[in-house]
Design a protein around this ligand. Structure first.
Ligand SMILES: [Fe+2]
Length: 269
């Protein structure tokens, strides 16, 4: 599998702090089946701008250590760009890394609390310049969560969506989980990222979420999101759609010891 979103480069952002943490995280990702990851440190416009050179250098250093320690994970350069009005100009000037440092897919994120007025203009200008904006975790923005028409509108205009894997298990609450399932159901998810910032306390993280993804889309659909579409992003191939097979519904457990406790189960239809 290929992870298209994580913060594995030491001390470049709020992700892993040092190479030791990066190595622990790399081992955990290998353990659950990842072979390649696209490192996507947060990139902001203005004074705290993180250049492609700094990111590429850090990727090189990490890959060298991973090879030395015989950890079979390849790290590719990328960025999670906090959308700013001058982004199209930065991109044209070669100052922004696309996903994998090759191709035309740009991972962007939006502010947590409110929608900036220039978002659609930036999406449009990027597309006119031949780039594909990929919006990270659309299910997690409170102002989008309640605006399904906006999600449909952007998807219709060619913006791609990348799901945060942890949203599937309700890690960010029931709202993001519900939107995540709605997006999957309406074939709007093209990529999935772990968006992991630190090594997990579990030795094998994401297994539950990967199983839920398989339950929702079938093994073929899961393969599209975890393998084929990331590969297409790196090789300029075609992005494929997935077919939805089931959804999670809220239910109450029965029996003693579980009285009234809510859990999630999978419902096929
Ligand atoms: Fe992120």
């Amino acid at each position: 599998m290929i992870d298209t979103h994580l913060h594995i480069l030491p001390s470049l952002d709020d992700g892993v702090r040092d190479f030791e943490e990066a190595i622990t995280l790399a081992r955990q990702l290998v353990q659950v089946g990842y072979t390649q990851v696209i490192a996507t440190p947060h990139v902001l416009g203005g004074k705290s701008f993180l250049s492609p050179e700094i990111i590429r250098k850090s990727v090189e250093q990490l890959n060298k250590i991973l090879r030395e320690q015989e950890i079979p994970l390849e790290v590719l350069p990328g960025a999670e760009i906090y959308l700013f009005p001058q982004l199209p100009r930065y991109v044209k000037e070669g100052r922004i890394l696309t996903l994998g440092g090759q191709g035309k897919y740009l991972l962007v994120e939006l502010p947590v609390l409110s929608l900036p007025h220039y978002v659609e203009k930036v999406f449009f200008e990027l597309q006119v310049a031949g780039y594909h904006p990929v919006l990270a975790h659309p299910e997690r923005y409170s102002y989008i969560m309640n605006d399904r028409a906006l999600l449909e509108h952007w998807a219709g205009s060619g913006v791609l969506y990348q799901l945060n894997l942890r949203s599937l298990s309700g890690r960010y609450g029931s709202g993001p989980k519900e939107v995540a399932l709605w997006l999957l159901k309406h074939h709007m998810i093209s990529l999935v990222g772990t968006d992991t910032h630190h090594p997990s306390l579990e030795n094998e993280p994401f297994l539950r979420e990967l199983a839920l993804l398989g339950d929702s889309l079938g093994e073929d659909g899961k393969d599209i999101l975890m393998q084929r579409n990331p590969r297409a992003v790196l090789t300029q191939g075609a992005i494929q759609r997935t077919e939805f097979q089931g959804e999670f519904i809220r239910t109450k457990s029965r029996g003693k010891g579980n009285s009234g406790k809510k859990r999630w189960r999978l419902n096929f239809f």
